[in-house]
Design a protein. Structure first.
Length: 325
């Protein structure tokens, strides 16, 4: 049986997206998915579990290297697998769960704190953590006019820097080039409205320049069992920071933990060689993968929505999602 309007076709534009954040991809996918479910003929809806099949596979193949996307897709799979446990039809349960990802889970307790999601479908709690809260635990240790080195683009780091600027700390920035996708330019544009002093430098210069910084801040798209995903060359910057006793912090919310800890590099970065050379000479092997696995043990602290955590504490935080994949 074939879907009358394949979900995979509707999601196809997201496969070409190379600039949106994980959260933006998830929110757009949820809206498309909900709309598709809303107009799905009753005949198809009656066999939704079977019909859905591999409809999300193309999106997973393209964006599944990003931990939040893995978590979202695993949750959808879990809803389908547990369909018989719910009193409502599968279509309604899926729409309800997708609605929670779209913002329906933004529930606070009496103290104004977000309810932590336990990983179960339809359970209370925020699906997409507030990334700006990663900075909370760092505020007490920051001095005015500090120099912060940022090796590549990170929305979470950008939110933290905005928080510092609005609080009057007036930080100075050293922005790395950010790999072949020029993440440093993205970061500069993202923070331009703050009017901060900032320098954009070549990635090759970052290991030397980080020694003059007060701290190194970086984000990540995924944290595995023993390593995290970083723009290639970031490991050299981290080593230089450690050697010169420059504090290094990874700012990442708990949804950046890969459900089963298996970290993978994006396949599209290996195939789309234009990032390194659009029209290479004949016979040349173009190695365009610009992400690397950075050992967690080389990173002393993680700033999360739950405060500062060591690698061991971060691993424990992943337990709530271990059975989702």
């Amino acid at each position: 049986m074939q879907l009358r309007a394949p979900l995979s076709r509707l999601l196809n534009p997201l496969l070409e997206d190379r600039t949106s954040t994980s959260e933006e991809i998830i929110l757009e996918a949820c809206e498309i998915f909900c709309s598709w479910l809303g107009v799905l003929p009753d005949g198809d809806a009656a066999h939704l579990g079977t019909l859905l099949g591999t409809e999300l596979d193309p999106l997973l193949a393209t964006h599944g290297w990003r931990a939040p996307l893995q978590l979202w897709m695993a949750t959808v799979d879990r809803v389908v697998a547990q369909a018989s446990d719910f009193q409502s039809p599968l279509r309604e349960v899926l729409i309800e769960e997708l609605g929670l990802w779209l913002g329906g889970a933004d529930m606070d307790n009496l103290k104004g704190e977000s309810v932590r999601w336990n990983g179960e479908p339809l359970a209370a709690g925020r699906r997409l953590p507030k990334r700006a809260t990663c900075c909370d635990a760092l505020m007490a240790d920051i001095e005015p006019c500090e120099v912060i080195a940022v090796p590549a683009f990170s929305e979470t780091v950008a939110l933290a820097i905005e928080r510092l600027a609005h609080a009057g700390f007036d930080p100075e920035l050293i922005l790395g080039e950010g790999g072949p996708n020029l993440g440093g330019r993205m970061m500069a544009r993202r923070l331009e409205h703050l009017g901060l002093r900032a320098r954009l430098v070549y990635d090759a210069a970052m290991p030397n320049l980080v020694t003059s910084a007060d701290r190194l801040w970086m984000g990540t798209e995924a944290i595995g069992a023993d390593s995290l995903l970083a723009t290639i060359g970031t490991g050299n910057v981290v080593q230089a920071a450690h050697k010169n006793q420059v504090p290094c912090t990874v700012l990442a919310t708990s949804d950046k933990l890969v459900p089963m800890g298996d970290l993978r590099l994006p396949e599209w970065a290996e195939k789309e060689t234009y990032l390194l050379w659009e029209a290479p000479v004949s016979g040349l092997q173009v190695e365009s993968q610009f992400y690397e696995r950075l050992p967690i043990q080389g990173t002393p602290v993680f700033a999360t929505e739950f405060g500062l955590q060591s690698p061991a504490e971060l691993a424990l935080s992943a337990l709530r999602t271990d059975d989702l994949a």
